[in-house]
Ligand binder design. Structure first.
Ligand SMILES: [Fe+2]
Length: 144
């Protein structure tokens, strides 16, 4: 259970960082494809943000406290902060790369959750993986 809790917190902090980066890109993207990119990043950050509270409360239900500060998130997240304003294509490519990292982590937590017989949590994680596969499809299609 300890391993599940730890992995879940890493996945959560990474998911939160992913949300923040998508929102950051939504705000700061420029260029000839501004409207499409602004909207794509908007769709992604909104979807992820809507899942955050449920994700945190499901981990709380495993009996552990939640990280909820930028300091803790920066320690736990496997996604690097982006402090530069990148060209639009570079934003899409970076978010696609981060999206793969999120999916990998979700799979690890899913497997641990199944080992612990936490099928309800696994179901939630499968939904998150599914949502991120869709984000990946959209990001990949944008830079094809
Ligand atoms: Fe907006």
């Amino acid at each position: 259970m300890d391993e599940l809790q730890k992995a879940a917190k890493i996945a959560f902090a990474t998911e939160f960082s992913f949300y923040l980066k998508a929102h950051n890109f939504h705000w700061n993207v420029v260029g000839r494809t501004f409207l499409q990119d602004h909207e794509l990043f908007g769709k992604i950050y909104e979807e992820v943000y809507d899942s955050i509270d449920d994700f945190a409360e499901k981990i709380r239900s495993l009996g552990t406290f939640m990280p909820g500060s930028y300091t803790r998130f920066s320690v736990l997240s496997v996604i690097d902060d982006e402090v530069e304003v990148l060209p639009a294509d570079a934003m899409v490519a970076e978010l696609l790369d981060d999206n793969e990292k999120v999916i990998k982590l979700l799979k690890i937590v899913f497997d641990l959750s199944e080992q612990e017989g936490k099928h309800g949590f696994s179901d939630f994680l499968a939904g998150r993986m599914d949502a991120h596969e869709k984000h990946g499809w959209m990001l990949r299609s944008t830079i094809a």
